[in-house]
Design a protein around this ligand. Structure first.
Ligand code: NDP
Length: 246
């Protein structure tokens, strides 16, 4: 029997990068998987096709994390079509690096709405449909712990908020044996942070092992947390950064 047989997962931002790798890995482990996207319908459909090829059910939902009603609707659609949410993975996120003085209130709202409020909303919507023993896994960042360079205040602030959310919720949901964890990647080769990008060599210079991680590396950590083997991992921030923060 596969580790996630008969489980239902919802992965926000599952059309590309880390979220896509997580969606495919959870399906390979036996779960039916719903994914959301905002701007890449073809890529989302391609991920769904790969999920279908594993024999598991897929569901593709357009839902902008900036819109709380859309996030709630995505959870409700997952429940309506796949029955419940055993595993909620909040992967959708945006990055913005610029001098702090140039940020506007709109920038603040956008970053916090997408990276923080949507996570809160998705969890609140999913909880009534999450059986005991469920899993809530959110993508943070190693930059929440060690920023190391200017220009990333807004982003690191948004990811730091997720640490408090994770710890508080782990306490709130312990009685239901629902675990709540944050996975904090370091440099990971995706559209957001390509291994051949302008700042890639700088980031490699900060790593103990100077090689970008892959989205699949992050997905492997998420799969462990999601499985029964991971039931004691709770309220934790699991840093997967090649030793940047070591
Ligand atoms: P990518 O930019 O490569 O992919 C982002 C994904 O999130 C896409 O599926 C995208 O959908 C979706 N998304 C973006 N904005 C929204 C929105 N407003 N509503 C719904 N979905 C949205 O990012 P990564 O895969 O690299 O990052 C995934 C997570 O990991 C993020 O939370 C990020 O902050 C975090 N992270 C990444 C690191 C890295 O080095 N890559 C390092 C540390 C943390 P669409 O395709 O439709 O645009």
């Amino acid at each position: 029997m596969k580790r996630l047989e008969n489980k239902v997962a919802l992965v926000t931002g599952g059309s590309r990068g880390i979220g896509a790798a997580i969606a495919k890995r959870l399906a390979a482990e036996g779960a039916d998987v719903a994914i959301t996207y905002v701007s890449s319908p073809e890529k989302a459909q391609a991920v769904a096709k790969e999920i279908d090829a594993t024999g598991r059910k897929s569901l593709v939902i357009a839902a902008d994390n900036a819109d709380p009603e859309a996030v709630t609707a995505a959870v409700n659609k997952t429940v309506a079509e796949l029955g419940r949410v055993d595993i909620l993975v909040n992967s959708a996120g945006i990055f913005d690096a610029r001098p702090f003085e140039t940020h506007t209130m709109e920038d603040y709202d956008r970053m916090m709405d997408i990276n923080v409020r949507a996570v809160y909303v998705a969890i609140q919507a999913a909880l009534p449909h999450m059986p005991n023993g469920g899993r809530i896994i959110t993508l943070g960042s190693n930059l929440a712990d060690l920023v190391g360079a200017p220009g990333m205040t807004l982003y690191s602030m948004s990811k730091s908020a997720l640490i408090g959310l994770t710890k508080g919720l782990a306490r709130d949901l312990g009685a239901k044996e629902i675990t709540v964890n944050l996975v904090a990647p370091g440099p990971t080769d995706t559209d957001m942070n390509p291994a051949n990008g302008q700042y890639a060599d700088y980031q490699r210079g900060k790593m103990a092992i100077p090689k970008y991680g892959s989205a699949e590396n992050i997905a492997a950590m998420v799969a462990l947390i999601a499985s029964e083997e991971g039931r004691s991992i709770n309220g934790a921030t699991l840093t997967v950064d090649g030793g940047v923060n070591a």
